[in-house]
Design a protein around this ligand. Structure first.
Ligand code: ATP
Ligand code: MG
Length: 434
């Protein structure tokens, strides 16, 4: 028998699968209390928590004493009979016949009411909290569903380099790195490379980290974040928005189905998520500018919407929505609308409840002359983009794509207040450890 076959999951016990049976469970001490004759250990592992009742005399004395000495986070396995007991958390407990402490933990530094900063300092230990465990399970499911959605629709997963020489999202957030005797950058997005790869694979996606030296610290920016990016030949801006709507529905449905208990543990209002259903509203930038100025902002054509603007805008929405037709300053690669070149055929998708932008996407310029003109307009050096321009010389086709900030998306799905709780080891301007 393989070692893991001996052990059952707490989740299965809680589902009533082993009531009355003798089982073995392993994990860590979540809580411990007791008297000289009776000890209650709440045991936790990745599948849940369960109370273990240890009665002196029902197992060897050395084992009872070891259980008495073992502090929170000690690792152990126990063997005993599963009993239904309304007083126990979750309604089941194990009456121990055998307790084997694997490692006696030192005094665990995390106790109740520790500051946020402290919990960040000991993130390597805080990951064991139920809050982080639930969040990371939701995260795993969202990543799986993202991949699954695109694979099922004939997209190929493919990859772009992390060391790059050109900016995709503006020079101000580039991270320079020493690359032997020259300076290169960490990638901000796979997009420019994706545009080369569609000529062989047509429909592609990636899941990879992107890096941005975001100096403005907000609750939705990391310096290293996980980017779910998609690019497809023969698709226009509106096609891409439809695909994003379908993806959104697919992921939300899947995550509610597979991670209900974790969402509930985090206090997410699931009924709100269940109501989300495309099509989502499409609002042109011009209209959004008016809406915001009516709310007291003082914005001019071309201004970017930051956190405050998006928060004010999305608080009243109960569905995600798109902002479309941004001004020309939004990015050099977006395709100007042939019917009104003052605006671009691109979009952002904003999440409701104050969360704001989670997706940026749109149609890319596919005509060489237009691209060269835009590179000039942005004051970029065409030399740095020569291979990118090349793609417009040999059988160029209309194409579109988008980037979804997976950490930000998870922040919204789980209704977590800060993006740093959506990733195991967050990277922010002030923090690169642990
Ligand atoms: P923002 O205006 O919020 O900085 P952006 O316009 O720079 O976003 P895009 O370049 O369109 O974002 O990137 C696509 C998506 O990647 C965004 O919609 C967002 O979900 C995510 N994203 C961008 N920057 C970050 C970041 N610093 N941390 C986490 N996610 C990010
Ligand atoms: Mg940004």
């Amino acid at each position: 028998m393989r070692m893991e076959d001996e052990f059952v999951s707490i989740e299965d016990i809680m589902a009533g699968k082993y009531t009355g049976e003798s089982v073995k469970v392993r994990g860590w001490i979540y809580r411990t209390r007791g008297t000289k004759k009776l000890r209650f250990i709440v045991l936790r592992n990745s599948t849940g928590i369960i109370q273990v009742t240890i009665i002196k005399g029902e197992l060897p004395d050395e084992e009872f004493e070891a259980a008495e000495r073992a502090l929170v986070e000690s690792s152990l396995w126990v063997e005993g009979v599963v009993r239904e007991d309304k007083r126990a958390p979750g309604g089941y407990e194990i009456q121990a016949r055998k307790v084997n402490i694997i490692h006696f933990a030192e005094i665990f530094p995390i106790t109740k009411d520790k500051s946020d900063e402290f919990l960040m300092d000991v993130r390597h230990l805080w990951l064991r909290s139920r809050q982080m465990t639930s969040t990371l399970k939701i995260r795993s499911t969202v990543f799986k569903l993202f991949r699954e959605f695109f694979l099922e629709r004939g997209f190929y997963e493919t990859h772009s380099p992390t060391f790059v020489t050109g900016a995709c999202e503006g020079g101000s957030t580039l991270f320079p790195v020493k690359y032997f005797d020259r300076e290169v950058y960490l990638t901000q997005s796979w997009q420019l490379y994706a545009e080369a790869m569609i000529y062989s694979l047509e429909k592609i996606f990636t899941v990879a980290p992107s890096f941005r030296a975001e100096k403005s610290r907000t609750r939705r920016h990391l310096t290293e974040f996980w980017h779910g990016e998609v690019e497809a030949a023969w698709m226009g801006n509106e096609d891409m928005m439809k695909l994003e709507e379908e993806m959104m529905e697919y992921i939300l449905e899947g995550v509610i189905k597979e991670r209900r208990a974790d969402l509930e543990y985090l206090g997410r209002d699931i009924s709100f998520l269940k109501e989300i259903s495309p099509p989502f509203e499409r609002l042109p930038y011009r209209k959004v500018l008016e809406m915001l100025n009516e709310k007291g902002f003082n914005l001019e054509w071309g201004d970017d919407f930051g956190y405050d603007e998006e928060k004010a805008l999305t608080e009243e929405f109960s569905q995600p929505f798109f902002i479309t037709h941004f001004p020309r300053s939004k990015g050099f690669y977006h395709r100007p609308d042939p019917e009104n070149p003052e605006v671009l055929l691109c979009h952002d998708m904003l999440a409701p409840e104050g969360y704001g932008e989670i997706i940026g996407g749109g149609e890319r310029i596919w005509e060489k002359e237009v691209l060269l003109e835009r590179i000039k307009e942005f004051g970029l050096d065409p030399e740095n983009y020569s291979w990118y321009v090349d793609l417009r010389r040999y059988g160029s086709v209309p194409h579109s794509g988008f980037g979804l900030g997976l950490d930000r998306f998870i922040t919204w799905i789980a209704d977590i207040k800060h993006i740093k709780y959506a990733i195991p080891f967050p990277r922010t301007p002030r923090r690169v450890t642990p």
